[in-house]
Design a protein around this ligand. Structure first.
Ligand SMILES: *Cc1c(COP(=O)(O)O)cnc(C)c1O
Length: 401
């Protein structure tokens, strides 16, 4: 009953894959902190559990829950978001293949594609995916096997039309992957819009408390590998290929991190409502401040992605970025806040501030993904919104003095 698709998001987030423990009735899946399982005779496994790289009940509970909240056929939990991405891309691509990625994707994603997969023979083109013409021009017929979308994107919060990109990817025989980390499954479900695969850094909103590093791949029902590719188990199913690679490469989520991610997922719905409300308040404050030259937040009515986001998402999210005219002011501002903590990462209960050009996006300096050096990025947390606005007001005054 708990993966019934007629159930609402919050109900699935709390119950899917969370049957009370069969042995004890514990209402929360226990942390199975174990590497191996006793066999009742050679090859006679109890419940199929053999070795914790191949499968672990705590991880399996998280995977069932993530599949349910994204509307996927299966989910796979990894040690980090990048481990999830790496495993997926090596399952879906071969040397000589080409991928198209958004030109403001997460810096670590770009580094993986350009500097790890590149030397193994995977080519890429980074384009502005908010412009369908750029996507069409970048697709190389017969060679483009993956289209990679991040929406809203990081750090500029631009919004890509998932359904429109899906149509182009499908026509090209390429797999459409959406990094749904910024929206979280509470606000956006790309598989329902035509994506084949969703990836998450569960480090961020899913975990939600800045206390774990984790990632996930969620696969749509029936998703097929790019045209012409047969997976290692002899099928063309993405699900089979990722399952094989998860075990064969082994970058799995450990039981405790899986348990923390599950715990976070149960409150994701209410947390995202507050993240959205606080971010809207902060974005409106910044838009009216004389020292701020631009605010990037899809919840602002004059944002170019506003209408699309209103259609495609169930809220505008908790991330806001803005420009302050110079790198010096941006750096000073990042050092002047008291409630917003200067740190990388995002999606936790506490508000964070950072300078993308020198922090999260340092690895893309000098590439097509370079970000403006006067940009400041906020992860708006769950504190009282009046306190957040006061903190920014004070810090802007100090930084522009
Ligand atoms: C953080 C992040 C990742 C990478 O995840 P890790 O858990 O840090 O490996 C990927 N995509 C986005 C959008 C992110 O914010």
């Amino acid at each position: 009953m708990t993966d019934d698709e007629s159930l609402g998001f919050a109900t699935r987030a709390i119950h899917a894959g969370q049957e009370p423990d069969a042995a004890t009735g514990a209402v929360v899946p226990p942390i199975y902190q174990v590497s191996t399982y006793k066999q009742d005779g050679v090859g006679r496994l109890r419940g199929g559990w053999e070795y914790s790289r191949s499968g672990n009940p705590t991880r399996a509970a998280l995977e069932a829950a993530l599949a349910a909240v994204e509307g996927g056929a299966a989910a796979f939990a990894f040690a980090s978001g990048l481990a999830a991405e790496d495993t997926l891309l090596r399952a879906a691509l071969r040397p000589g293949d080409h991928m198209v990625i958004g030109n403001d994707v997460y810096g670590g994603t770009y580094r993986l594609v350009a500097r790890v997969l590149g030397p193994w023979g995977v080519e890429h083109t980074a384009v502005d995916l908010t412009d369908p013409h750029q996507l069409v021009d970048a697709i190389r017929p017969g060679q483009t096997k993956v289209v990679w979308v991040e929406t809203p994107s990081n750090p500029l919060l631009s919004v890509v039309d998932i359904a429109a990109v899906a149509a182009h990817a499908r026509a090209a025989g390429a797999l459409l992957v959406v990094d749904n980390t910024f929206a979280s499954p509470a606000l956006q479900n790309p598989l329902a819009l035509g994506a084949d695969v969703v990836v998450h850094s569960t480090t961020k909103y899913v975990g939600g408390h800045s206390d774990l590093v984790g990632g996930a791949v969620v696969v749509a029902d029936g998703a097929q590998l790019p045209a012409g590719l047969e997976g290692p188990t002899g099928t063309t199913s993405v699900r089979d290929a990722v399952a094989f690679h998860q075990n064969a490469s082994g970058a799995v989520a450990g039981p405790f991190d899986a348990w923390l991610a599950l715990r976070g997922l149960k409150t994701l719905d209410v947390r995202m409502q507050r993240h959205c409300a606080n971010a809207q308040r902060v974005a409106e404050f910044l838009a009216g401040h004389p020292a701020v030259t631009a605010v990037h937040y899809p919840g602002l009515p004059d944002n170019p992605g506003h209408e699309l986001a209103a259609r495609q998402m169930r809220g505008f999210g908790g991330m806001v970025s803005f420009r302050v005219g110079s790198a010096e002011t941006a750096v000073a501002l990042c050092g002047a806040t008291e409630i917003f903590t200067l740190a990388e990462s995002l999606g936790g209960v506490e508000s964070l501030v950072e300078h993308p050009a020198r922090m999260t996006h340092g690895s893309v300096a000098g590439t097509a993904l370079e970000v403006p050096d006067d940009l400041v990025r906020l992860s708006v947390g769950l504190e009282d919104p009046d306190d957040l606005v006061r903190d920014l007001d004070r810090a802007l005054a100090a930084a522009t003095r």
